[in-house]
Each structure stands twice: as structure tokens, then as C-alpha cells.
Design a binder for this molecule. Sequence first.
Ligand SMILES: NC(=O)c1ccc[n+]([C@@H]2O[C@H](COP(=O)([O-])OP(=O)(O)OC[C@H]3O[C@@H](n4cnc5c(N)ncnc54)[C@H](OP(=O)(O)O)[C@@H]3O)[C@@H](O)[C@H]2O)c1
Length: 342
Amino acid sequence: LKRVRVGVAGATGYTGMELIRILKNHPNVEITFLSSRKTVGMNLKEIRPFIDLELTLEPLDVDRVVERCDLLFTAIPSGAFTISKDLVKKGVKLIDLGADFRFDDPAIHDEWYENKIENYGELKRVYGLPEVNRDEIKKADVVGNPGCYPTSVIIPLYPILREKMITENRIVIDSKSGTSGAGHNPREDLLFSEMEENLRAYRVLNHRHVPEMEQELSKIFGKDLRVHFTPHILPMTRGILSTIYLKTKFSCREEIYRIFMDYYSEEKFVRILKEGYPSTKWVRGTNNIMIGFELDEEDGTLVVLSVIDNLIKGASGQAVQNMNILFDLPEDAGLNLPSLYP
Ligand SMILES: NC(=O)c1ccc[n+]([C@@H]2O[C@H](COP(=O)([O-])OP(=O)(O)OC[C@H]3O[C@@H](n4cnc5c(N)ncnc54)[C@H](OP(=O)(O)O)[C@@H]3O)[C@@H](O)[C@H]2O)c1
């Protein structure tokens, strides 16, 4: 049986813990290295007693990773890590859950993030959305794992844009997310009393995921596209629901369903609803994206709805899917996770 030796940087965070949960049950993986920031020297089990993994948290150091890992997942804040070139040079593959490797143009990254991007040099890197870029992922050294909102938006739009079915170069997106999207560091605006019984928008038209969506959607469409995006946060832990509005040439629902099925009937993690609308609970705990839609037949306005678990298809599950592709393993190895319902 093929074995991949894997390290997780940021093991104590939300996406790091999700990675460990998935990787522990992956038939081809041995977890050989863990790092954190504040708890270096402690055993993971002391901090997270519910996970059965007796490994010490270490500093994030090139030599240790090179010695023990074929692959490193970096589940840490964007910009917290600057040793990627050294790792790649020594044969370690890298899957980064942050934004450091998602942008084709480093200047666009630097406009939206606090850190300046390191010089990528000759790094063979790829935007790691398997349903769109599978063949490029196979050849990459570094995978920039997509953001959670962009995952929920690009997968449903891919077939429609590839088939050139839109009539306006502008897409309106309204997304709702649970609080785990913000990670495990304490923040006043995420206190129970601020969140409970509350719903609010934030960063209207100004979220960091806008340039990421515009980059990928424009490449798919072959022309510049503008995205008008409003995210909301609501009192649940996991899940994203994105509602996407676009003007199209479609005149009947069946046509839309057929195009979705042409692209996605063979995809393990994409579920298209012929009728009805998806709920976040239907994908909670899974690597699935579930897509529903409705058409205004009079003017071609299409409303697409998608749901994902932000920590899985929006982060750690997708990262493991990318690992499976990189190491030529079955794409769903370790990822056949049934949904946690209710
Ligand atoms: N949460 C999501 O839904 C989601 C979805 C997609 C992508 N992402 C991305 O995934 C990454 C991790 O997110 P998260 O939600 O898991 O965050 P998190 O819960 O805050 O965890 C961050 C982890 O990184 C460690 N860390 C923090 N600062 C560090 C530094 N300067 N150097 C080394 N390690 C450091 C933390 O260690 P300590 O605990 O010791 O501080 C912790 O283990 C981020 O880049 C985020 O944007 C998150």
C-alpha cells in the first residue's frame, strides 16, 4: 500500500484539526509532523483530548519537515510561512490553505492582504480547484487551496461560463457563512452574545475573496468578469450558502440541468438537485458541494444556490482531495464522509 508521510502546520486551528480528523482515517497517510504557534512542545492530545493522536507540536522548521514529510499542509494565517521554496527544492510538496499561492499576479495579492508575497520564482504552483484544474494539479509542486466562498461560487458557475451562457459580464453573489470561517482566535464581534439571534453583512463589495473569484471566473469565461459580492455571518458553526444571480441565455430549466450533468455527473463531490434548494445541513461534515437553481424564463435571470461545509469542501477536505490527485491516489480516498444530520 502506498504511504504518504504528511505534516500539518497549524494543527491546533479549525482547519488543522479537520485535516487531522480526515487524515487519521486515510488509508495511505501517516501523520509525521505537527506544528502550532503558542503550544510548541505540548502533545496534541493534551490540548485536543478528543483526538487520538499522540504527537508533539513542533516549531515550523525546514529541516524537520524535509526529514519526515513528503507533503506539508499549511493551515495557518496567510503570510505566516515563508519557507516554501526551500521545501520544494528538497522535494516536499506543499498544499497551502491560506491565500499565499492563489494569485496569478502577486501585485493583486499584495493589494488585499497585509503580507507581501514572497517571490514565487520557478515554483510550479496551481489554484487547487480539482473540478476545474485537475490536470494542472497533478503536475504542481505547490497547491494554493481555494478560499471557502470562492469554492462555493466557482464550481456552480464553471459550466455556465464555459458554455458562454451569460449575457452580462457581471455576477451578483450573496453568501452566508457560519462562524468557524473566522478561525479559532478570539474576536469580540464573534462573542456568543454578539452572534446569537443575529445576522449581519460584512465587507460589502470589499471582501478579499472578490479578486480571487474574479481571477478564476474571468479565466474560465475567457474575458474579464466583475463580481459584486456581499458576505453575511450568522449564528451557526459550519456551512456556507451562496446565492448567485446572473443574466443568461437560458429559456428552460431542463437545459440548465443538462449542462450541470454534462460537467458534473462523474464528479464524486458535486451533487446537482433537479428540483428544490440545498441546505447547509445536507453537506455538514462532508466534502460535497450541493447545487440547486431556479430560472426566470421571461428574462433569463438565473439564480444558483450552492452549499458547502466551509471547513471541508471549503478548506481541509478539498486540500486532501488535492493531495490525492498529487500523489495519484483515488480522489475520494479518506473523503467518503457521510453528512452529519440533523
Ligand atoms: N476556517 C475556514 O473556514 C477556512 C476556510 C478556507 C481557508 N482557511 C484558511 O486556512 C488557514 C487556517 O485557518 P483556520 O480557520 O484553521 O485558523 P485558526 O483556527 O486560527 O488556526 C490557525 C493555526 O495556525 C497557527 N498559527 C497562527 N499564527 C501562526 C504563525 N504566525 N506561525 C505559525 N503558525 C501560526 C495557530 O497556532 P496557535 O493556535 O498556536 O495560535 C493555529 O494552529 C487560514 O489561512 C485561513 O484563511 C480557513
